[in-house]
Design a protein around this ligand. Structure first.
Ligand SMILES: C[S@@+](CC[C@H](N)C(=O)[O-])C[C@H]1O[C@@H](n2cnc3c(N)ncnc32)[C@H](O)[C@@H]1O
Length: 247
């Protein structure tokens, strides 16, 4: 299954943070990051570290450009000055056993946020089901550190999951769904999310071993897909990860 290539992305990743008080009030052109910038087209020095000071390090994981200019990316401190490749290689040694899949028929704006959350909870991979191009707004460039695979149809996702021996668990509050809160989430699984509006497609429901719902108590019919995805991923983490273990 091909990984999605880094396609054109300027406007897709333009999700600018609010300027800090006292920061310049005019924005640079998209893509005109300060050296070592966060990739957001905004020359912020509010996060990260400046140029390396002292004896030049020899660790090959360090990227000379970040050492020279500083590293303002949205990465955890452990990865400061590391090249993107080195970060991905390190993450690959620790990825969790759940996958995240989301249907993409209408360029749902939630998808970028789902990818960002999948990165935060260290999903093994994210699967885009449907259209190949997806709206990266909300991913905040976290997709670059994530394995993102594409499947043209839910049936293709099923074929891939069967080959990997992974059950697909649909996440939606459909009639007949089982409460996520009482369900034993397996360690190895694919959590499959639907779209704003239609929710899980009939084929995606068919593909799911079970469909799991998140309990709600208010008047709205549903959460947005990104919120639901965050809750489901965190439920997997609570079930399978010892968060007190040293990391
Ligand atoms: C806006 S909901 C869509 C539709 C929903 N089935 C309805 O009846 O309105 C979009 C997606 O968010 C997720 N979702 C939203 N609320 C959920 C809930 N309470 N339980 C499980 N999944 C939910 C599902 O993946 C769903 O496909």
């Amino acid at each position: 299954m091909p990984e999605l290539e880094d396609g054109p992305r300027a406007e897709d990743t333009l999700d600018l943070p609010e300027p800090m008080p006292g920061a310049p009030t005019t924005l640079p052109e998209v893509g005109q990051d300060a050296p070592g910038g966060a990739g957001l087209g905004w020359p912020t020095d509010s996060v990260g570290v400046g140029p390396w000071e002292g004896e030049w390090p020899t660790d090959e994981r360090f990227d000379p450009e970040y050492l020279r200019h500083g590293d303002r990316r949205n990465v955890v401190d452990k990865y400061r000055y590391w090249s993107m490749q080195a970060i991905i290689a390190d993450l690959d040694t620790q990825r969790h056993d759940f996958h995240v899949a989301i249907e993409n028929w209408e360029h749902d704006l939630n998808i970028g946020t789902v990818v960002r959350t999948a990165n935060a909870f260290l999903a093994r991979a994210v699967h885009i089901v449907g259209r190949r191009r997806w709206n990266r707004r909300g991913a905040m460039v976290t997709d670059r550190y994530q394995h993102v695979l594409h499947h043209a149809t839910p049936e293709d996702l099923v074929a891939w999951a069967e080959n990997e021996g992974l059950p697909i668990l649909g996440i939606d509050n459909l009639p007949g769904s089982v409460p996520l809160e009482t369900y034993s989430l397996p360690r190895r699984c694919v959590l499959l999310f639907g779209q704003e509006g239609p929710g899980l497609s009939p084929a995606a429901r068919e593909a799911s071993l079970d469909v799991l719902s998140i309990a709600q108590f208010g008047s709205t019919r549903s959460l947005n897909a990104a919120s639901a995805a965050a809750i489901a991923m965190h439920s997997w983490v609570q079930t399978h990860v010892d968060v007190t273990a040293p990391r």
